[in-house]
Design a protein around this ligand. Sequence first.
Ligand SMILES: C[S@@+](CC[C@H](N)C(=O)[O-])C[C@H]1O[C@@H](n2cnc3c(N)ncnc32)[C@H](O)[C@@H]1O
Length: 194
Amino acid sequence: MATAFIPPDYFRRYSVTDIFGSGQECEVDLGCGDGGFLLAVAQQHPERLFLGVERLLGRLRKVCRRADELELDNVRAVRAENRYLLEWMLQEGSVRRLHYLFPDPWPKEKHHKKRMMQENVVPVLHRVLTPGGELLFRTDHEEYYSWVCRVVGDSALFHREPWPDLTEYPVTDFQLHWESQGRTTYSARFVRNS
Ligand SMILES: C[S@@+](CC[C@H](N)C(=O)[O-])C[C@H]1O[C@@H](n2cnc3c(N)ncnc32)[C@H](O)[C@@H]1O
């Protein structure tokens, strides 16, 4: 499948050109699930490059199949663990925007250590983003929202800015699910300090 990015070596870094065939910077959808958001935003912005990351093979296959059917040549999807990909497989300063949408909140306190957003991941995000690059975060889980705002927003490496005009930002599959049940959505945008 043209959309699938299958790294030939998991122990080296890849440039945007390695992944897409051209380009200097891309956007990454962390835990893209079935790809509802990824495919919609890629259709809206054919001039931008989008890499979906997902650890579940069935979901990844679905994303690839749908992207291929839609003939989207600005989408790639990789089976990887979010943090590993950002820390070890992408080149420094290669990501313009990280989309971190409705991640698993790991609500039980004994599982908080499994959350992706920990203080030691903040330098990883800073390294992989371009100057002025940003992290867009949305969740239905109020406590995880506060956690991320503290971990990333209080860091010297990022500052918080208002979410841009939401009208063109596609909803995700999980957002549709939670909002149909009347759940509130929390959003935060963090911009990389130079
Ligand atoms: C709650 S779903 C949200 C999916 C999508 N972002 C949405 O809003 O519809 C979280 C997704 O992240 C994936 N995921 C969870 N932890 C991950 C990790 N460490 N690395 C890559 N994918 C992960 C899960 O398999 C799942 O598809």
